[in-house]
Ligand binder design. Sequence first.
Ligand code: TXA
Ligand code: MG
Length: 332
Amino acid sequence: METSLLRIDQLGDAAAIIAAGGLVAFPTETVYGLGADATNASAILKIYEAKGRPSDNPLIVHVADVGGVLRVAKEVSPITQKLIDAFWPGPLTIVMPKGASVTSELCAGLPSVAVRMPNHPVAIELIRRAGVPLVAPSANRSGRPSGTTWEAVRDDLSGSVDAIVCGEPTDFGLESTVIDITQSPPCVLRHGAISLTAIQDVCPDVVSVEDLEAAEQGRLRKSPGTRHRHYQPHARVMVAGLKTDVMGNTLSVGQTSSAVSRAWIGLSSPNPSENWRIIKVCENVDEYARALFSFFREMDRLGVEAIVCERVSEDGIGRALMDRILRASVDE
Ligand code: TXA
Ligand code: MG
């Protein structure tokens, strides 16, 4: 399949491809999404194929307004309405009871559906022109870092999708926060730009999946996506500033051999006496988050063997950033 590269003023063409059951990657404020008509089961199956995505990992539905939510969800409950009022459009995905007409391919057989309204003019205009909600997982091969530029999407998916809408690099650089309101208490399943504390200001009883994990082993319904390998470049990822193994094989910098070609990313400079091939110092945590996935991809292109990521404090987007870094650092 030849992949067309479309400008952001060619959304009519993009919408026509979606109406014909095709796949179009497009920018959002978090990461690029790989879009298809959420009402078309065969288009949805093509997404799993193009990404190499496990079929038990359900997709997020993107809507342009609250009317779109009711096309896929059973209802807009009072708590959903509160979250919508506080955070939409924006990087918050809400898992809610699914509507009767939703195809099972979309939800991977679950009784719930994940929905979000992106805060991005191109994404919203594309959904409006398509006239249907769009399913859109992150536009990357499954397991790879999410695409934050159209070039990254092209590198992963060229030849497997019909078109890529070539917008700007994304604002946040990390995927949306996912909250499940079908569980009691409501539970943040994936950290993102909207922090747990910001959500708790609106809905105080919300907890995070890690809070529940220890106490409720076995009973907990996690996001299927968090079971799979994620966000990994080919280079080995390590975390500087961690004293102990947090997840699997996270190592401290001192344990890497200086013979290995190494890159550094963080908020401060690494020890200059160590041998660094590339050093990227970010001005603040937002820039670090925005840069992380494209840095991973760039280091793979350069053949760097190990990427050392400096630990940051886990407030605001720092929690999502550390979550992605730690997952990328786990050997499976
Ligand atoms: O920022 C984002 O959310 C991006 C952009 C494109 O919107 N999309 C994205 O989609 O990251 P994806 O497919 O890469 O991640 C969706 C996550 C997965 O972890 C999946 O398991 C979870 O949402 N999810 C989807 N439906 C769910 C459901 N019904 N219950 C629990 N988790 C669900
Ligand atoms: Mg993804």
